[in-house]
Design a protein around this ligand. Structure first.
Ligand code: ZN
Ligand code: ZN
Length: 294
């Protein structure tokens, strides 16, 4: 049995989000898919896993909807366990940025370059800077060579990271994220804040790695499902480092302190029977409470 994980999004006006949510719920039930989907008035953001054939028939049916027929669906190998359940929810935003409403990719966003164009930029050694718009913990296991990490805890933090990014205001900037969705608003936010030359990478790192596995991207690509990282084949060097002892690792855990729950990289040696803690402070806090959640 082979499994496949689908990843797709589109910023497009959905006049009746609840009706679309119901339609998606029916479709994934019919095809036996698990995963998650967020629908808002501004668009759709989804990832589903199922048997490869079932995922393909889902895509064929879903793309019949005129609003989505030009939507790029990204595919990666699954293991049948990427998601424990299925849900489709209606929310205010398809990525939680809490940015001002005027940051609207349907109105204005940065132009996109294709993976082929980025490959050329690398080969020509063009003068540009890649800004990684993912969360800090995602950056740690792998990223484009030479890219800038603004150190975001989540997508709402970009305004706080702006002062540190000011130095790139007049440079050629390329924003990147896993599949492209976060860059739609992140790149628009940079334009809104006076950055003069911003582009975003079409289909994100996922699109690039499908096309050029093992090239220009160091390490492994983090994913928000039970696989934790995606493998596109090709050679790779481990760039992830244990947060506690700096050994090479690609293993993510959640901090054993439920009040912290930070996602971080840890090596086998630093995992304790009572869990792993991202800092001595978190370990102390849990000890003080008597390891109630271990
Ligand atoms: Zn360690
Ligand atoms: Zn912690």
């Amino acid at each position: 049995m082979s499994y496949q994980v689908l990843l797709f999004y589109k910023y497009v006006t959905i006049s009746d989000p609840e009706a679309l949510a119901q339609r998606v719920r029916e479709l994934i039930a019919t095809h036996g898919l698990k995963g998650r989907c967020i629908i808002a008035e501004e668009g759709i953001n989804a990832t589903f896993e199922g048997e490869t054939e079932a995922t393909e028939s889902f895509v064929a049916e879903f793309l019949q909807d005129a609003r989505f027929k030009d939507m790029k669906v990204k595919r990666s190998e699954g293991d049948g366990k990427a998601f424990g359940k299925a849900y489709v929810k209606v929310r205010d935003e398809i990525v939680g940025t809490h940015f001002d409403k005027k940051i609207d990719p349907r109105v204005r966003t940065a132009p996109a370059i294709t993976p082929e164009e980025l490959k050329n930029w690398y080969q020509e050694e063009k003068d540009f800077v890649v800004i990684d718009m993912r969360n800090d913990y995602e950056f740690q296991s792998g990223h484009f060579k030479g890219s800038v990490n603004p150190g975001l805890g989540n997508s709402r933090d970009l305004p706080d990271a702006l002062p540190a990014l000011e130095q790139y205001k007049d440079k050629k900037v390329l924003t990147v994220c896993t599949g492209g969705i976060r860059c739609e608003k992140m790149s628009a936010f940079l334009l809104e804040n006076g950055f003069s030359d911003v582009s975003q990478l079409e289909n994100g790192m996922h699109g690039y790695m499908e096309k050029y596995p093992g090239e220009d991207f160091l390490g492994t690509l983090y994913t928000f499902d039970n696989r934790l990282t995606m493998d596109f084949g090709g050679e790779r060097e481990i760039v992830g480092r244990c947060k506690l002892c700096n050994e090479k690792t690609e293993t993510y855990v959640n901090c054993g302190d439920d009040f912290c729950h930070l996602h971080f990289l840890v090596c086998d040696a630093c995992q304790k029977p009572e869990g792993a803690f991202c800092s001595p402070a978190c370990e102390e806090a849990v000890k003080a409470r008597g390891y109630s959640h271990a």
